[in-house]
Design a protein around this ligand. Structure first.
Ligand SMILES: NC(=O)c1ccc[n+]([C@@H]2O[C@H](COP(=O)([O-])OP(=O)(O)OC[C@H]3O[C@@H](n4cnc5c(N)ncnc54)[C@H](O)[C@@H]3O)[C@@H](O)[C@H]2O)c1
Length: 240
């Protein structure tokens, strides 16, 4: 089965809204393609409402269309997760579209590699912004909702389990040549994960990080002619 077939297979079985994640809402950043799209389709196929975010409008709309055409519930928030106010926009969109927020997957990311003697401050800041600060802001915005919501649910006799999954990398755990800033960002998210795992246990929210090795997405593809780029804060970044 090819990659595109595998993506389709995740969702074309249809969405059974009576599955284990029905009545749950998931936010997935970077859901337009690659790992984020696969996560979004899997969560939706288990019945979750899906709030999908990405920078790339056509890919984002394609993810949302795949879910909705299969009978699921998905909505899109287009934009850069590192932009000021985006964290609050995402949490507000989950609540206004689906009246809840139960699963958060901080997945959006890209690489900007070079030997450290060629690293710029801008490069360092960009990698820390996307891989650590943006997830921090999203989780802070969600925490401001949870601090009122969880006690209110408990007062009604509800004790829901919530989940956060932060996407790290083996580069964050073990390091990788030319990835000084990417590795630092991916280790920072591990520290944030460990802190919140302890802080949010009282609210029945599990907080975990996944540190992938190489996965065949655009992020690690060779290019033949012009490298693929995405624009973040007005700057073109090579992403493969
Ligand atoms: N592919 C790998 O080998 C690998 C290994 C370890 C970790 N990761 C991590 O997995 C995550 C997903 O990567 P992937 O391999 O699917 O890459 P990908 O390039 O296929 O997909 C990343 C998605 O994130 C989106 N994105 C990037 N910056 C964004 C921003 N500022 N705001 C909103 N959306 C943004 C992109 O538009 C794209 O749709 C990343 O955090 C990456 O660092 C990937």
């Amino acid at each position: 089965m090819g990659h595109d077939d595998a993506v389709q297979a995740n969702i074309t079985k249809g969405v059974d809204v009576n599955r284990k994640l029905s009545q749950r809402t998931a936010l997935v950043t970077g859901a337009g393609q690659g790992i984020g799209r696969e996560i979004a389709l899997k969560l939706a196929s288990e019945g979750a409402n899906l709030l999908a975010n990405d920078l790339d409008e056509s890919n984002l709309n394609a993810t949302v269309a795949l879910i909705n055409e299969a009978g699921g519930n998905a909505a899109a928030v287009l934009g850069d997760v590192t932009a000021d106010g985006m964290a609050e926009t995402l949490v507000d969109a989950a609540l206004s579209n689906f009246a809840g927020l139960h699963i958060i997957v901080n997945n959006a990311g890209y690489i900007w590699n070079s030997a450290i003697h060629n690293h710029s401050d801008e490069q360092w800041d960009a990698m820390l912004d996307i891989h650590a600060k943006a997830p921090f802001r999203i989780l802070r915005a969600a925490g401001r909702y949870f601090r009122d919501q969880v006690p209110a649910e408990r007062a009604r006799g509800e004790n829901l389990c919530r989940k956060v999954v932060n996407i790290s990398s083996v580069s964050g755990v073990l390091g990788a040549a030319t990835q000084a800033s990417y590795a630092a960002g991916k280790m920072a998210i591990v520290g944030l994960t460990n802190a919140l795992a302890q802080e949010w246990g009282r609210w029945n929210i599990t907080v975990n990080a996944v540190a992938f090795g190489p996965i065949d997405t655009r992020l690690i593809q060779e290019y033949e002619d012009t490298p693929k780029r995405i624009e973040i804060k007005g700057r073109q970044h090579r992403v493969a």
